[in-house]
Write a protein that binds this ligand. Structure first.
Ligand SMILES: [Zn+2]
Length: 444
């Protein structure tokens, strides 16, 4: 498996810390609203990577958090006169529903900030005691100048960052680059700490959760959207270096952003598409296919045309699977569970090149082509067709595409036989009638 590591800006051979096992953490959402379509890209991309590892026999521990403490959640709770916990739970449920409808395997664990608060406070306290952080009027800031190579992950030099940093008015910070670990607040949910009453900043939670949930201070893969690389991930690394003397993860993977009709999706542009609506219109399979049609590091453009292309491609694959099911049952052909090794191997090799889903789809189409060719033979080699079909099912499973085996009732079988008979007898009117009935039942 080769992966593009954002830390080195290059493709690297993946070497796990423990042979045959992958520890993977993906930054989760702040739960103050429904997920929009952009939120589904990391879900789908990293779920696909998880499935690809699993196909090759790896065990994967996949963890993704929920940020359930944040100003936006507090504001919404105030607006609706509800507790922050109720707001957070509402949108955590919304995220879980979207995951399910996209056939995204649920993470093994989904830590929440509110449930990790003791550990977060203890971590910040340690940073203060070891002089990596300082308290001003109850706020706590991380002292960036204490970290060698700050900016390493995002490929920026400290001097350039200093020049570019916005000088905030009335700032109490020693350095504009220093980031908040804790904020005093008189509004909304807050916790008591040795340095004051308040709530944590965003950047500490992931480091603490990784240490806590995995029970170690370095994992294999840390993922997230490209927009999280700086400052969020850079700041995670800085804290991990300070306390654990560890770079937190060996491989950093970042997915590209999503455009809608060539434009960035944003509230100000008024073109935010909610994931639940889009999935309702297109179905989970099609959304997944669409999301994986571009390489994960590239920007993905959603337009009528890309949707149409994805629909045609997906249907082509589902149709051939349906045709096999129908023929196999009509002809009473016995099943087996062997794979066509060469096609599945080609697919895995393509995907192992930094999750190259476009090339993975090419191998899927090649397999469909082979099946169609084999099915056109007068004397069908069913062992071969079923092996190819099994491989095809494994491939689409990595992409997270669901296919339910078609099961013909005796009535359906009779309909097929009548259709066949009418065609043999050149009774075209009846043949058309049976054909239409089969089409209405979505059997052909
Ligand atoms: Zn994070």
């Amino acid at each position: 498996m080769k992966l593009y590591n954002s830390k080195t800006n290059g493709i690297e051979e993946f070497v796990p810390i423990t042979k045959g096992h992958v520890d993977m953490y993906v930054c989760g959402p702040t739960v103050y609203n429904h997920p929009h379509l952009g939120n589904t890209r990391p879900m789908i991309v990293f779920d696909t990577l998880r499935r690809l590892f699993q196909l090759q026999g790896y065990t994967v521990k996949y963890v993704s958090n929920y940020t359930d403490v944040d100003d936006k959640i507090i504001n919404k709770a105030n607006q609706e006169n509800l507790s922050e916990a109720m707001i957070a739970q509402r949108y955590i449920d919304a995220y879980q529903n979207v995951r399910e409808s996209l056939n995204v395997k649920l993470p093994d664990e989904t830590p929440r900030v509110t449930e990790t608060m003791d550990e977060i406070i203890a971590f910040i306290d340690k940073l203060i005691k070891e002089d990596y952080a300082y308290v001003i009027d109850g706020d706590v800031y991380f002292r960036v100048s204490k970290i060698d190579n700050y900016g390493e992950l995002s490929g920026q030099k400290l001097e350039d960052l200093q020049v570019g940093a916005r000088i905030e008015e009335n700032t109490k910070k020693e350095n504009p680059l220093d980031f908040a670990l804790w904020k005093t607040t008189d509004m909304g949910i807050k916790w008591q700490t040795p340095w004051g009453l308040g709530r944590p900043g965003w950047h500490t939670e992931c480091v603490v959760m990784i240490n806590d949930v995995f029970g170690k201070n370095i994992i294999d893969i840390h993922g997230g959207g490209m927009d999280l690389k700086f400052p969020h991930h850079e700041n995670e690394v800085a804290q991990s270096k300070a306390i654990c003397h560890s770079p937190l993860a060996n491989y950093w993977l970042h997915n590209g952003m999503l455009n809608f009709d060539g434009e960035k999706m944003s509230k100000s542009l008024g073109n935010v598409v909610w994931a639940k609506d889009f999935i309702k219109d297109l179905g989970g399979n099609l959304v997944r296919w669409l999301m994986l049609s571009a390489h994960y590091r590239m920007p993905l453009n959603i337009s009528d045309q890309t949707v149409e292309t994805a629909k045609t491609e997906l249907n082509k694959v589902l149709l051939v699977l349906k045709q096999i099911d129908v023929k196999q049952q009509l002809m009473d052909i016995k099943d087996h569970d062997q794979n066509d090794e060469s096609s599945i191997n080609r697919f895995v090799s393509a995907m192992n090149e930094d999750i190259n889903t476009p090339n993975g789809f090419m191998e899927i189409f090649e397999t469909v082509k082979s099946i169609n060719k084999a099915m056109r033979n007068k004397d069908i080699d069913w062992h071969n067709v079923i092996a190819l079909r099994n491989s095809l099912l494994s491939m689409i499973d990595v992409m997270g595409i669901k296919y339910e085996k078609l099961s013909l009732s005796s009535e359906d079988k009779e309909l097929f036989m009548n259709w066949e008979k009418a065609r043999t007898n050149k009774d075209f009117a009846s043949a058309d009638h049976y054909r239409k009935e089969l089409m209405d039942k979505e059997l052909i």
